[in-house]
Write a protein that binds this ligand. Sequence first.
Ligand code: SAM
Length: 241
Amino acid sequence: MKFTFVTLFQNIVEGYFQDSILKRAIKKDILQIEYLNPRDFSDSKHNKVDDTAVGGGAGMVMNPQPLCAALNALKSIDEDVHIIFLTPVAKPFKQRDAKRLAKKSHVAFVSGRYEGIDERVIEKYADEVFSIGDYILTGGELASLVICDSVSRNVNGVLGNSDSLSVESFETSLLEAPSFSKPKDYEGNCVPSEYLKGNHSRIRSLKLVLSEYKTKFFRPEQFIKYNCTSAMGFLPKETKR
Ligand code: SAM
């Protein structure tokens, strides 16, 4: 799968791919990462990419010409590229979006800077828009990386053990049960004894109870949804006791 980052600040993005799982996936050619800098497409004398806001207002806005030229170039190479704009006003990105986008062959992320991107560019080129939360970042690069990372985990072959995906939080209405590592006793705090007895059916049952407690504590609104579905007998298969 290919990701193209349309950004004025390639350096901010590049570092993320230089370690760990995504680095390995790139080495194995499961993921390809490319960059496109709108500044390289500017037809102004000093490669300007922004201007003052028409109608007044603080700060600069990324103007259409360099971005449109960059996106036209991208589409001329791959007309199927799925173009995502990052903006704090859009719908929030969710796990189900990560799974859906992992089936695409090429996703491009367009990062805004300054006060954002001229709305006409978004209207013309966006296949989709996403926010990563109700707060304002300096630019779209971090938001693009968040989405890229989460989509990549769902691309076949990226994770060593893809089983881990199916039990993760947000795969069902319950959050994942707490995880423990070794030693069994760390400074007097022991892992739940049931985890040590090797009875997998009992461990599964305990994990389900712990998942329910965890969801109720951290995500009460999600727990209400879970309670309704289980009461109606619609428990997802993997959460059935
Ligand atoms: N003036 C804009 C507003 O109030 O809606 C905010 C612009 S922000 C300083 C600059 C860029 O950062 C945006 O164009 C967007 O690409 C990115 N950005 C900021 N916060 C974001 C968020 N929560 N999710 C996704 N992108 C975000």
